[in-house]
Design a binder for this molecule. Structure first.
Ligand code: SAM
Length: 231
């Protein structure tokens, strides 16, 4: 058996799993801060990392820890009803709940005892424990000739996102919040089975400091209300 301890923790705009993009980079406006934990929170531990535009993070799917593994899973990408091997998909249900994401590194804040990595395009839940950070090496990690099987292209962003009358008042003065809401909802965050039938039409999700209420209207999503939580 192995014992690992996190080197850092993610403070993300995603306070719940519902709505998190299925892969990094799909919603560039999705930001997080990786805070290094003692004893790793030393500026010299990230010296030189500022020279890289992206980093690999290995992390723990802490919110689905302990779920039993199965040899096959049903990727949402295939409508959630076709089973593929657990090693052939990026499903969160894995023998070891360890994830791997390549993320854009916006900047690093480093002072004695406090090291923060500002990240963009995250697919990580708030509180995600991070096991390791590695620089992304384009000469080695970027493989333009690679083939992507059943996931050869980015998933479609099927929805046009419209904001109902007054909906934007709730996050007035925070255009990055409106861009984040638009990016997340365009991806159709509903579980795959909703995409088939009419089903439920109105939804709510927590994003950053806000509760976002929205409804599906054909191939558009209408944001109905944005309310700052905790007020
Ligand atoms: N890019 C990573 C990989 O391939 O290993 C993650 C891909 S996985 C499909 C991304 C999903 O994991 C997100 O949409 C979210 O639902 C889920 N997720 C993110 N952080 C998590 C956490 N800490 N615990 C459990 N699930 C998490």
């Amino acid at each position: 058996m192995f014992t690992f301890e996190p080197v850092g923790v993610i403070h993300s705009c995603f306070k719940e799993k519902f709505g998190i993009p299925r892969q990094p980079g799909l919603v560039p406006e999705a930001r997080a801060v990786l805070e290094l934990l003692p004893p790793y929170n030393r500026a010299e531990a990230v010296r030189g990392l500022e020279g890289f535009s992206h980093v690999w993070l290995t992390f723990v799917f802490h919110a689905c820890f302990g779920a039993p593994w199965k040899p096959t899973v049903r990727p949402p990408r295939l409508g959630g009803n076709r089973r593929l091997g657990v090693f052939a998909t990026r499903s969160t249900h894995r023998p070891n709940p360890i994830g791997l994401s390549a993320l854009e590194l916006e900047r690093i804040e480093a002072s004695p005892g406090r090291v923060l990595l500002h990240l963009k395009g995250v697919d990580l839940l708030d509180g995600t424990p991070v096991l390791d950070i590695k620089p992304y090496l384009p000469y080695s990690d970027s493989l333009p000739a690679a083939t992507g099987g059943f996931a050869d292209t980015a998933p479609a962003a099927p929805f046009e996102v419209v904001f109902g009358q007054g909906a934007l008042d709730g996050c007035a003065g925070q255009p990055e919040m409106a861009a984040l809401i638009r990016g997340v909802l365009a991806q159709d965050p509903r579980p795959a089975y909703y995409a088939k039938g009419d089903g439920k039409r109105d939804f709510g999700m927590k994003l950053g400091d806000f509760d976002v209420k929205w409804e599906v209207d054909g191939d558009a999503v209408r944001v109905i209300d944005i309310v700052r939580v905790g007020l």
